[in-house]
Design a protein around this ligand. Structure first.
Ligand code: PBG
Length: 328
């Protein structure tokens, strides 16, 4: 007995060819950015237990890592530094021979085409672990601005293409733009962590970058996960201040925010950061035999892209690119 249905949407799902042809969202390694942790404290690469498959690298590990990324077709890296020395002001973040500055120079020497993005923050460099200098245990916003400008110039001098400030300091984009322009780095772009939530999903990153706050939390500077309108204000402000690209972070719990910002600012390149907790959750679930790793990875990345992200920062960048290379 056949029903007389006007349309059967299952028809177009019948073959792999039609499913692929009609796929609305596609992922490509060219839109991925791989985060790298470079440590001054180690002589060779060390596994990060909280993030299966991720490593802290020494400078000596960079040639092999960059070669691998490049052969997989990943065009960009986001650098985090783990310095030997920490103090109240995060002074080692400003040194021209600091760990990130050295890494930038080295990557540039290894591969002239790799896009180098430097995370710009103080939390890995301060002994208290907060994202700026403190006055009476709270961040001194405007004093931090000045230091962010200095740090940005030292990254640009080393050869960073894009500076990515992640500290949610009010006015950070304007201060960094001014400092870069004053030093005649007019072509160094700013990828602002414009919409960064105070998220428990950064948990595994703490071991990776060793920058956890030693007291308190980041709620006075990062956004409340309950807020959505505020994301538009944050993004609009950073764009007014001269951000070239904006970011939403984390990604998976904030797909509505990614969607909203893309609708609001369709002309602005939008980046989403699939953070450590999103990555490790899937890795550990797969290890426990609960879900298929490749399928959950692809589904999570597709969702971020479908929501509206143009670029994705993800610890899965290499796994994804390997998967992609085997598709056809
Ligand atoms: C530092 C910084 C953090 C992350 C990126 N930059 C941690 C934090 O703000 O607490 C998190 C990245 C991740 O979890 O993958 N400002």
């Amino acid at each position: 007995m056949n029903y007389d249905l006007p349309l059967r949407l299952k028809r177009l799902r019948q073959t792999s060819a039609s499913r692929t042809m009609l796929q609305e969202t596609r992922l490509h390694p060219q839109q991925f950015i791989a985060p790298l942790f470079i440590s001054e404290l180690i002589g060779s690469k060390q596994a990060i237990k909280s993030m299966p498959g991720q490593f802290q690298l020494s400078l000596a590990d960079l040639p092999a890592e960059i070669e691998e990324l490049s052969s997989l077709g990943i065009p960009a890296v986001l650098l985090f530094g783990i310095p030997r020395h920490k103090d109240a002001h995060g002074s080692s973040a400003l040194q021209d021979d600091g760990i990130v500055q050295q890494a930038i120079r080295q990557i540039r020497a290894i591969n002239k085409d790799m896009l180098i993005i430097s995370d710009l923050c103080f939390c890995e460099y301060t002994d208290h672990g907060h994202c700026g200098v403190l006055k009476n245990d709270v961040i001194d916003n405007d004093k931090t601005l000045h230091l962010l400008g200095e740090q940005a110039v030292s990254h640009a001098k080393a050869g960073a293409d894009w500076i990515a400030p992640s500290s949610m300091t009010d006015g950070m984009v304007a201060a960094i733009r001014q400092a870069l322009d004053a030093a005649v780095f007019n072509n160094t772009a700013i990828l602002s962590y414009a919409v960064k939530y105070s998220s428990a999903f950064y948990g595994p990153f703490r071991e990776a970058a060793q920058g956890a706050p030693q007291f308190g939390d980041r709620k006075t500077y990062q956004m409340n996960p309950a807020n959505s309108h505020e994301a538009v204000r944050e993004a609009a402000l950073d764009l007014d201040e001269g951000a070239d690209l904006i970011m939403v972070k984390p990604a998976m719990n904030y797909l509505d925010i990614i969607y909203k910002l893309k609708q609001h600012f369709p002309e602005v390149p939008l980046c989403a950061y699939q953070v450590s907790g999103e990555y490790s959750m899937l890795k550990y679930a797969a290890q426990a035999g609960l879900m298929d790793e490749q399928h959950t990875m692809i589904e999570s990345l597709l969702a971020i892209k479908r929501a509206g992200a143009d670029l994705i920062i993800s610890y899965f960048a290499k796994d994804f690119a390997r998967w992609h290379a085997n598709q056809r």
